[in-house]
Design a protein around this ligand. Structure first.
Ligand SMILES: C[S@@+](CC[C@H](N)C(=O)[O-])C[C@H]1O[C@@H](n2cnc3c(N)ncnc32)[C@H](O)[C@@H]1O
Length: 278
């Protein structure tokens, strides 16, 4: 029987090709790509840093709650394969795709180590020009990727194209007004760090999805102020106390950040959207 990748592959070669982008977009994409190539070996350590720990938990919770056994999923911008691995473990047949060779090579090692290679394929690709046929996947996951792609509207259009009718997109992005992000922005300015990243307001995220042929079924945020307070109060690697405080504040924050007015202060937005007919 053919694998999900064999069924999905279009005539295009599975090589990375840049979509028709403006010169500016291309420049940004190359800069983003070289950043991820450099960061690949430390990327999984960052995931456990205080600012990302809750995000990681909420992404996992969302995928586990919503998974459809035996369905196919494209993990777009799979990075080191954290959610690729989870998706296989919860029963999906998975294709993970990313532009970064170094990220993919770490993902490959993980998949092999956990003996998941039979139900997983990893492909180097450019997210705005996918080498797959239309209507190939039941679901697409896109975690922390839209923020790095300057012409992310094209990514959404491509995600919709490769989704089957009624297919779902799960995405997570940085929130524009996150106190944590503003704090980081201040830090980066003082250290003169550069690098493209786009943060979303919930309205922009919703509007982008709706105009690209998705119906937003769920949109929620994560921790409100707890992460900033914790970051200021504790050494981010001082795990024990920080984890306890975070665990206590999480349930409250989780519900508060569903409220329209407070949602804006989330650090990230999580969205589940369904492909619609135009
Ligand atoms: C912040 S990482 C997230 C990785 C993974 N989804 C996770 O949450 O662990 C963003 C990933 O998107 C990939 N990426 C960025 N721009 C891309 C593009 N234009 N096409 C394909 N992948 C891209 C990067 O190489 C990187 O692995």
């Amino acid at each position: 029987m053919k694998s999900v990748l064999e069924r999905a592959q279009s005539g295009r070669t599975v090589a990375m090709r840049m979509s028709k982008s403006s010169e500016d977009d291309l420049k940004i994409k190359r800069e983003v790509l070289s950043r991820f190539e450099r960061e690949a070996s430390t990327f999984d350590l960052e995931r456990m840093a205080l600012g990302y720990r809750l995000r990681n938990e909420l992404v996992k919770k969302l995928l586990i709650e919503e998974h459809r056994p035996h369905a196919s999923v494209l993990d777009l911008g799979c990075g080191t394969g954290e959610y690729t691995q989870l998706s296989v473990q919860i029963g999906y047949e998975v294709v993970g795709g990313d532009a970064s060779r170094n990220m993919l090579s770490i993902a490959k090692q993980k998949i092999r180590k956990h003996r998941l290679a039979r139900r997983t394929e990893l492909v180097r690709l450019e997210s705005t020009r996918l080498p797959f046929r239309r209507c190939s996947f039941d679901d697409v996951t896109c975690i922390a990727v839209l923020d790095s792609v300057p012409n992310y509207h094209r990514l959404l259009a491509e995600a919709r194209r490769v989704l089957k009718p009624d297919g779902r997109l799960f995405a997570c992005v940085d929130s524009l007004w996150s106190p944590y992000r503003l704090f980081r922005l201040g830090q980066r300015l003082t250290r003169r760090e550069r690098g493209y990243t786009h943060a979303f307001s919930s309205m922009e995220l919703k509007a982008s999805l709706t105009t690209r042929g998705f119906r937003v079924e769920r949109l929620f945020g994560d921790v409100l102020l707890a992460q900033v307070a914790l970051r200021l109060l504790f050494d981010p690697k001082g795990e024990a106390v920080a984890s306890k405080v975070l665990r206590m504040t999480q349930p409250l924050d989780y519900y508060l950040t569903r409220l329209p007015l407070l949602k804006a202060f989330s650090a990230h937005y999580f969205v589940e959207a369904r492909k619609t007919e135009f």
